[in-house]
Ligand binder design. Structure first.
Ligand code: SF4
Length: 169
C-alpha cells in the first residue's frame, strides 16, 4: 500500500485529537472529489513498517494524548489496501489502549462491502460510508461531504476487547 499524507496531530478528521493517514488508491472517482491526487494506487509513498511503527508510537505517546487514528484517502477499503489496513488496525487493537478509536472513510456503502472489507470494518469504531455526491453537498455536515454519506458508530473497540477477554478465559 502507498499513502499520500500522514498528520500526527489532527483536530479536523474525527472527534478529538487524532493521527490521520490518507492512503493512496480510490476507484470511485466521485465528481467534485477534493482528493483526486490520491486516486492512483501508486501515488505518494510506500507505507513501510517504519511508518506503521510511527503511528503506533504516536498513539501511545503520553505527552500528547491522541484519541485514535483516522483512516481516509483514497479509500482504505480499496481491495489492494485491505491487507495493510487490516494489519495496522490489528496492531492498534493489540498494542494501544482500548480507548483509542479508529475512524474510517470509504466510498463503498456499508451494504456493498465484501466479506474481506467487512472483516476490516469489524476492527473500526466509526465508519463514514458512500461516495461523495456533489448534488447532496452541504457545508453544514459534520465529518461528511454530502448528505447521502452515513456515519456508523459501532463501539467496536469495546466489543472487540470484550471478545478478546472471553478468548483469554
Ligand atoms: S471516495 Fe473519496 S477519495 Fe474516492 S473519489 Fe470519492 S470523494 Fe474522492
Amino acid at each position: 500500500m502507498n499513502y499520500c499524507k500522514y498528520i500526527p496531530i489532527d483536530v479536523v478528521n474525527g472527534e478529538g485529537t487524532r493521527c490521520t493517514l490518507f492512503v493512496a488508491g480510490c476507484e470511485h472517482h466521485c465528481k467534485g472529489c477534493y482528493n483526486q491526487s490520491t486516486w492512483n494506487v501508486n501515488a505518494g509513498f510506500p507505507f513501510t513498517k517504519e511508518m506503521e511503527d510511527q503511528i503506533i508510537a504516536d498513539l501511545n505517546d503520553t505527552r500528547i494524548r491522541r484519541h485514535g487514528l483516522s483512516l481516509s484517502g483514497g479509500d482504505p477499503l480499496l481491495p489492494a489496501n485491505l491487507d495493510a489496513v487490516k494489519k495496522l488496525c490489528l496492531r492498534i487493537r493489540n498494542e494501544c489502549s482500548p480507548d483509542k478509536d479508529i475512524w474510517m472513510w470509504t466510498g463503498y456503502t456499508k451494504d456493498q462491502l465484501t466479506k474481506e472489507q467487512q472483516e476490516v470494518v469489524d476492527l473500526v469504531d466509526v465508519l463514514i460510508d458512500g461516495k461523495f455526491e456533489q448534488s447532496l453537498k452541504s457545508a453544514n455536515l459534520l465529518f461528511r461531504g454530502s448528505s447521502n454519506q452515513v456515519i456508523y458508530r459501532f463501539n467496536r473497540s469495546l466489543s472487540w476487547w470484550k471478545n478478546k477477554e472471553n478468548d483469554n478465559k
